[in-house]
Design a protein around this ligand. Structure first.
Ligand code: NAD
Length: 488
């Protein structure tokens, strides 16, 4: 079993208190590795290292070209190790290999995207009513804490580190305590590439042990958080002490709307993919399926036929389309929602159980589950379940579809299926969400901003918008009047 250490100030560290956590494969319970379990004291050491690296200028004062090249080298190293990284991701968080391979490739692309962007950060010159040269420069914010969840471990690390580093910040990344292994593999890559000490620090620990301190610590200038909405609220409160910058990527209960004029087969496939990719453990999952009444019954029937093709198993096994949930506790949470759905009177049309058989007995598997006849007021239609549970709601017309879609505290993503492009755009224009798709679901691009309206968070990751979250804005005024002001 591999004993990982944390990367702090360019050196490998154990937790000061010596605590470690065993990381297990959620598909079979086998121990994979042990990692340090950091506390507030460890956070303090990481902050000091990141602070020193920022203040010394060792990173922010390198040329943007050099920073960009470094990010390209990280991208290349991820690609070189992609086979092992994908397998490690599968074993640690349970997703099918094909999905992990996609994530790892996308993580490399993300470093490359921001490597290219590093040299395109520029200010502006303004005409002001004075004899002055007045311009604006963009500068890094400083020391950034970055706290990420367990569903896309390496990809979320890339989304956080790449723009922050391109902009010249120094970082302390904390992966989820459940899935730290690919982040620690990335730490090894960064160590071997000999980035200046303290520019990237990667520490492992729980939210209570290390996350809260990262959100609170006065030596940190910005906290970027991805996780649940309730945790995001705590992070924002903890950040008020020194009024650090905060960006939040939180949960969703996303509507996926199918109109009767949609390409039926494409929409059936899209509805299942929207709900069950990555075991449904996706912030942007299409977990509320809104179907027009006239096709509601045949649509559900067609999904029931196709859902048979979702093969459960260890993500490394051939043909597997759905792995285990990430932990026993998480499976229990999802199962509790299945009981809630039944008690609320929704119709369980498939799944709802743990799969039978020896292959599943040691892992946290759960069948893909569909509830039909869900009403918008039910808890399974309002609360983020974050697992393979789809709630189907029938609607009468376009106006009702939009009304139900927007009847949520969240505003992360939405999908619309229709062959009428006028209708598609009309609906998307009325949806209060940051990410929308027409006749597709889930494609995500490094070029486009990612983030939510309402309680799905604020700030955006990815694209040009993503780097804005890591930049300060400074005005510079150069007086060209040689005579003194003569005010006094
Ligand atoms: P979580 O909120 O439980 O944990 C996320 C991270 O925060 C972990 O690293 C955890 O250790 C840390 N943490 C926990 N308590 C903390 C605290 N009080 N202070 C600081 N840090 C703390 O979320 P999760 O269960 O790991 O992930 C699932 C959630 O993440 C879902 O709600 C999902 O929608 C959301 N998510 C959102 C996006 C997005 O882009 N909007 C992407 C992925 C996941």
């Amino acid at each position: 079993m591999h004993h990982y250490q944390n990367l702090i100030g360019g050196k490998w560290h154990d937790a000061l208190g010596g605590q470690r956590r065993t990381i297990t494969d959620p598909a079979n319970g086998q121990a994979l590795a042990s990692v340090p379990e950091c506390s507030a004291e460890d956070v303090g050491i990481a902050v000091a290292a990141a602070r020193q690296a920022f203040d010394s200028g060792v990173w922010r004062q390198t040329s943007a070209l050099e920073r960009g090249k470094t990010l390209f080298r990280i991208a290349d190293a991820i690609r070189k190790d992609s086979t092992q990284l994908a397998r490690l991701e599968v074993m640690n968080c349970g997703k099918p290999l094909a999905e992990a391979e996609f994530d790892i490739a996308d993580a490399a692309n993300c470093f490359e995207f921001y490597g290219g962007l590093a040299t395109k950060i520029h200010g502006e010159t303004m005409q002001v009513p004075a004899n002055s040269v007045s311009y604006v420069v963009r500068e890094p914010i400083g020391v950034c804490a970055q706290i990420i969840p367990w569903n896309f471990p390496l990809l979320m690390a890339a989304w956080k580190l790449a723009p922050a580093l391109a902009a010249g910040n120094t970082c302390i990344l904390k992966p989820s305590e459940l899935t730290p292994l690919t982040a620690l593999a990335l730490a090894k890559i960064i160590y071997e590439l000999e980035l200046p000490a303290g520019v990237v620090n990667i520490i492992t620990g729980t939210g209570a042990g290390a996350g809260e301190e990262l959100a609170r610590h006065a030596g940190i200038d910005k906290v970027a958080f991805t996780g649940g909405t309730a945790t995001g609220r705590k992070v924002m409160q903890a950040a008020t002490g020194n009024l650090k910058r905060v960006s939040l990527e939180l949960g969703g209960k996303n509507p996926n709307i199918v109109f009767a004029d949609a390409d039926f087969d494409a929409a059936v496939d899209g509805a299942l993919f929207a709900a069950f990719a990555n075991q449904g453990e996706v912030c942007s999952a299409g977990s509320r399926l809104l179907v027009e009444k006239s096709i509601h019954r045949p649509f559900v029937q067609a999904m029931l036929q196709k859902i048979e093709r979702i093969k459960l198993g260890h993500g490394l096994d051939a043909g597997v389309k759905m792995g285990p949930l990430v932990s026993a506790a998480h499976r229990e949470k999802v199962e509790a929602y299945i009981q809630i759905g039944k008690a609320e009177g929704a119709t369980l049309v498939c799944g709802g159980e743990r799969p039978a058989g020896a292959a599943f007995s040691q892992g946290w598997f759960l069948q893909p589950t569909i509830f039909d006849n869900v009403t918008p007021q039910m808890r399974i239609a309002r609360e983020e379940i974050f697992g393979p549970v789809l709630a189907v709601i029938a609607f009468a017309d376009e106006a009702e579809a939009v009304q139900i879609a927007n009847d949520t505290d969240y505003g992360l993503a939405a999908g619309v299926w229709t062959t009428n492009i006028f209708r598609g755009l009309r609906v998307v224009n009325q949806i209060r969400a940051g990410i929308t798709w027409i006749n597709t679901y889930h494609p995500t691009f490094n070029e486009l901003p990612w983030g939510g309206y309402k309680q799905s968070g604020h700030g955006r990751e990815l694209g040009l918008y993503g780097i804005e979250e890591y930049l300060e804005t400074k005005q510079v005024n150069i007086n060209l009047d040689e005579a003194p002001l003569g005010w006094y």
